[in-house]
Design a protein around this ligand. Sequence first.
Ligand code: RIB
Ligand code: CA
Length: 323
Amino acid sequence: MGQLILDVDTGVDDALALMVAARHADWNLRAVTCVAGNTSLEGVVRNTLTVLDAVGATDVPVAAGAARPLLGEPRDAGHVHGSDGLADLGWPRSARAPEAIHAVELLRREILASPEPVTLVPLAPMTNIALLLRTYPEVAANIGRIVFMGGSASAGNASPVAEFNVWHDPEAAQIVISSGLPVTMYGLDVFYSAAVEAPDIELLLKADDAGCRLSGQLLSHLARVNGDDFRLKLPGSAGLGDAGAVCAVIDPEGLETSELRVEVSLSSSLTRGQTVVDQRTKASEATLPHGHLSRDSIDVALGVDGRRYAALFLDTIRSHDGK
Ligand code: RIB
Ligand code: CA
């Protein structure tokens, strides 16, 4: 049984990721930690508890973490996720309270208590993860891999060159990328390629199971707000977003990665938050003194079998539907 911890800014696509992580039979979702990003920290905690209730994962501990990035102010993504961060669906809110400890303490507790190395899946600005690694470096011994949704080897979304999670807290992202742990970057280069098609969304909307219906409503919202995004291949489809990163943990064979050097631009200029990915193949160029990046190489996702992950998502979500 794989041991999983998600760090989220729920968020419509974080919600889809939580559902897959909670429902897959081969993985134990040990904990979920929350950080400000798509919406406020309070909203992220509320949304996370609501989604876990909807899929029956009422025993998974949730804790609140950073309400803002290490530097600068929080900046939300209400234009994508709605004013409440969960597509303004009005879904019944959870009565459950989060743990009375900080996210960093919950992360430390659950990582050290795990019987085998944990796969840590940040799907948000990485402020909590950076604080964890700096506060309790000893936890690294029981982290098998960090698979984060963030960054881009090509165009950005929050800016022309920066992806939202890294753009929101570039310093935190650099701390994680340069941690020396095994790291997979699930960035915008693959983020849009795993999508659920319109007919499957319709079937989810009609399901008996509440979790299936919620996922259908969230996917319908994404199809509406992202429908004009040229990076979505099929009309009426909805990208899995963060849920694709969880699929990459469950089924890594569906992802094509390259071990590349990556460094985050920390400048206050136009490039702040850009993940500079060194794809130069000619060894002599890559070692030029003036042109080298940090020493750290991580596994950068450059291709994904989107249909494979869409099928994995649907099979996992529907595994609890009576129909
Ligand atoms: O850039 C996309 C990422 O930013 C996703 O994780 C989305 O939920 C937002 O957090
Ligand atoms: Ca997210």
